[in-house]
Write a protein that binds this ligand. Structure first.
Ligand code: CU
Length: 259
């Protein structure tokens, strides 16, 4: 997993990553150019207009249209960046969720200090849940009597996705605000108690990644993490089938217990 990180940004492992990185590059290069131009300009002014014997300050000034020109150029560039680049990207990544059909649906719930994960199973439907059924072996409170819930697969701190298939996550929190962050996917979203936030992306690279809580949420925040593995479809199906038959008692120990 350390191989995912180099000197600059981590590897690009989702369909959003290239656009996100392009935005970061454009902003940094533009700010670098502006910084250099201003620095040269200031240095020139310091030398050109330094205090000398026989020189008096000239209080006249350039016309506003000339002196404001650099600011207007920078402002125009920023407006263009927001309108042409940022807003369309934001719409695609955050504002307009894809339809549930054709997406792999996953429910992810943050709690101090674990990530509970639920896959709908072969029927593609999540079973009904009720708070009174919630316990350590049933973190979502799935109603066993509901046939749609019988094949739901629940894991703790373990996420798998098939490569090149769109994922639609239903993100919730059981207690305080957490944040679902997979750096290699360039995906980050707060999990807010009382809200079900849609999060979507398409993993484009097979490998091991990490979901880390990115919102300080209590004493165990630093260990609130989950393994994310992206594989081909066949390996994913195999894993899901194996998980269906496993009980949560055999699941990796909750992070807080490990701690
Ligand atoms: Cu957290």
């Amino acid at each position: 997993m350390n191989g995912n990180y180099g000197w600059f940004l981590p590897v690009q492992a989702s369909d959003f990553a290239p656009a996100m990185d392009r935005g970061i590059h454009i902003i940094h290069w533009a700010m670098g150019v502006i910084f250099v131009l201003w620095s040269v300009f200031f240095a020139y002014l310091l030398v050109r207009y330094r205090a000398r014997d026989g020189h008096k300050p000239d209080r006249s000034h350039l016309p506003l249209s000339v002196s404001l020109a650099p600011d207007i150029a920078v402002l125009a560039f920023e407006v263009l960046l927001v309108v042409v680049y940022a807003v369309p990207s934001w719409n695609r990544m955050k504002r307009i969720p894809p339809s549930a059909e054709g997406s792999l649906q996953v429910e992810v719930r943050g709690e101090q200090f674990n990530w509970s994960v639920r896959y709908p199973g072969a029927d593609g439907k999540f079973g009904k849940t009720e708070p009174r059924f919630v316990d350590f072996t049933n973190p979502f409170g799935v109603d066993e009597a509901d046939p749609a819930g019988a094949d739901d697969v629940v894991t703790v701190n373990e996420l798998r996705f098939p490569v090149n298939e769109r994922v639609l996550v239903r993100l919730t929190s059981k207690d305080v605000i957490h944040s679902f962050f997979i750096p290699e996917f360039r995906v980050k979203q707060d999990a807010v108690p009382g809200l079900a936030m849609p999060v979507w992306f398409t993993p484009t690279l097979e490998g091991d990644f990490e979901l880390a809580c990115a919102q300080l949420c209590g004493v165990g925040h630093a260990i609130m993490r989950a393994d994310v593995k992206v594989t081909d479809r066949a390996a994913f199906d195999q894993w899901l089938a194996a998980k269906k038959n496993a009980t949560l008692a055999a699941a990796p120990k909750a992070a807080v217990e490990q701690w």
